[in-house]
Design a protein around this ligand. Structure first.
Ligand code: THU
Length: 155
């Protein structure tokens, strides 16, 4: 079953995207270099573009006491909201690197990160598009978080 049939995730080559989104994907890719992932060797980078033009990055930070670490997406999103609580999230880019290279596969975010994205999206007017770096300069694009998590938890 193709991705397009499961949900409406689209693909594009990176050069077809706008300059701010290309830059966001580069920031996510560079953030993988600063990840701390000695246990999984799975280095994730995330970059958030805010409505004031700022870019906030994050990466996975693992911990010897395993559950104490955090995923890249949540590091980036929560840091962005902690620093700029009133700004809206305009886009989120994600890249994954194994030990040597960018991962050559579609790598969707975990459920806990999707819940955080969904919660933030529900608190703001615009949808939050998600851009996931894929193989050969391909980018997977979800127009909003609902594409991945249609029923996010709400209190
Ligand atoms: N990880 C993320 O950073 N984002 C996700 O959405 C899923 C997993 C990290 C957590 C851990 O450091 C490593 O990838 C392997 O699970």
């Amino acid at each position: 079953m193709t991705l397009q049939r499961v949900c409406s995730i689209e693909t594009s080559t990176i050069d077809q995207l706008s300059e701010p989104i290309q830059n966001l994907l580069k920031e996510a890719s560079m953030a993988t270099q600063r990840a701390y992932a000695p246990y999984s060797n799975f280095y994730v980078g995330a970059a958030v573009l805010l409505s004031n033009g700022e870019v906030v990055t994050g990466n996975n930070q693992e911990n010897a006491a395993f559950p104490s670490g955090l995923c890249a997406e949540r590091v980036a999103i929560l840091a962005a909201k902690a620093t700029y609580p009133t700004e809206q999230l305009i886009g989120l880019a994600i890249a994954v690197r194994t030990e040597r290279e960018l991962k050559q596969a579609f790598t969707p975010s975990c459920g806990a990160c999707l819940q955080v994205m969904s919660d933030v999206e529900q608190r703001q007017e615009p949808d939050l598009p998600v851009y996931i770096q894929g193989p050969n300069n391909q980018v997977y694009i979800a127009k909003n978080v609902g594409q991945f998590l249609p029923f996010g938890f709400e209190l």
